[in-house]
Design a protein around this ligand. Structure first.
Ligand SMILES: [Zn+2]
Length: 138
């Protein structure tokens, strides 16, 4: 039996720039925008490369592996829809390929999380349309 997902869903401000990310997430793949001019990966998705300001953007699949760069434990969520989840970990992950991304660290008690611990991406199919990229201990 499935229950209705009642939390906020992604609402990308720049859908064309981020659509490949969300489509890949649905396939349980993690992809990052890559600048064809300077060859750097970056995140979040946007229309121009943050390093050289060119708009020739490609996408590259990455391993989903990285390390916990920083985190905080949320006890009082800004949105009441997340009250049932507290305490949960709001994490910044340093991907092995370079970019950092904000996500949640799951499958771990908050007291066990440690900066620099290895993590790996997991894919949470929250609705038929949306899959969220989260991380768990590797
Ligand atoms: Zn560039």
């Amino acid at each position: 039996m499935t229950t209705e997902y009642r939390k906020p869903l992604p609402n990308p401000a720049h859908w064309p720039a981020s659509k490949p990310f969300w489509e890949a997430a649905k396939r349980h793949e993690l992809v990052m925008p890559r600048c064809r001019r300077c060859d750097k990966l970056f995140f979040y998705p946007r229309e121009v490369c943050p390093y050289c300001l060119q708009s020739d953007i490609d996408w590259q699949q990455v391993s989903g592996r990285g390390r916990l760069y920083s985190f905080t434990v949320i006890h009082q969520p800004a949105n009441a829809a997340f009250l049932d989840d507290v305490p949960y970990i709001y994490a910044m992950v340093q991907l092995d390929e370079g970019p950092r991304m904000i996500s949640n660290l799951v499958d771990i008690a908050p007291a066990e999380a440690k900066v620099d611990m290895p993590v790996v991406a997991v894919f949470d199919d929250v609705t038929p349309e949306w899959t969220l990229v989260k991380f768990r201990p590797a």
